[in-house]
Design a protein around this ligand. Structure first.
Ligand code: CDP
Ligand code: CDP
Length: 222
């Protein structure tokens, strides 16, 4: 699978990685990997089983055996559709806690490599360019101000029928940024050779176009 092109899009929470990565994948007819969803699925399962954060071995076992399926926009866990359930802030927060555990990351790595299939893959997350696909064709690091990200997340949560407060979200986002950036394994940081894109004042369309332009340029020079 090493000649299958990969575009990695990493960045902090609510920077727009998922939205941009999905659109880029659609445009190119590539597969799409939402790696954060795998951490969220593991977190949701652990919360339901009341598996404590301290039990790294049990959490890694859950990650290894995740009965998940990705069907277009739908994410399934066993025979339950959990696309909305995994977006709860509680799940995102627990996801970022278990994501600091090496055994959990290791358990999910193989699953992620399996998404690299012809004609290509767009993968979004925190360590797609640094750890999982270090030889990706194009690596992008998406950012936006914490205020822009909080208001994007606020709108998403309200649209999904969750209640939300701007004040709590800002606090949550800052905590999660710190946890994702400061952890010992696979911390959030731009990969070597990554293209930086600050989308604070950009529309989704503008961000997608920029990534597609970079990809066209990189492909040409390869
Ligand atoms: O949507 P948001 O950016 O808030 O989070 P996500 O991408 O759904 O990921 C949820 C959590 O999983 C993040 O806070 C990260 O701690 C973790 N994660 C990770 O460690 N590595 C990845 N490749 C993807 C997510
Ligand atoms: O995956 P990540 O957590 O980085 O973000 P997301 O789930 O894609 O959410 C980003 C939200 O901000 C979506 O509702 C987008 O429509 C919106 N947005 C964006 O992604 N990019 C912009 N330049 C402007 C808004």
């Amino acid at each position: 699978s090493h000649n299958v092109p990969v575009i990695t899009i990493d960045g902090p929470t609510a920077s727009g990685k998922g939205t941009v990565a999905h659109r880029v994948a659609q445009h190119l007819g590539f597969h799409f990997l939402d790696s954060g969803a795998l951490y969220r699925l593991t977190a949701l399962t652990a919360l339901r089983h009341q598996t404590p954060l301290a039990d790294e071995h049990a959490l890694a076992k859950l990650a290894e055996k995740l009965p998940c399926k990705f069907l277009g926009h739908e994410i399934w866990l066993g025979n339950e559709e959990v696309s909305n359930a995994i977006r709860a802030e509680e799940v995102g927060n627990f996801a970022s806690k278990i994501a600091a555990l090496p055994a959990v990351r290791h358990a999910l790595a193989g699953l992620q490599h399996g998404f690299r299939m012809p004609p290509g893959l767009v993968a979004d997350g925190r360590d797609m360019g640094t750890v999982i696909f270090p030889h990706a064709t194009l690596k992008v690091f998406l950012t936006a101000s914490v205020e822009a990200r909080a208001s994007r997340r606020y709108k998403q949560l309200i649209d999904k029928g969750f209640s939300a407060s701007m004040e709590d979200l800002l606090k949550d986002l800052k905590e999660r940024d710190a946890r994702d950036s400061n952890r010992a394994v696979a911390p959030l940081k731009p990969a070597e050779g990554a293209y930086l894109l600050d989308t604070s004042d950009m529309t989704v369309e503008q961000a997608v176009e920029q990534v597609l332009r970079w990809y066209a340029a990189v492909k040409k020079s390869a």
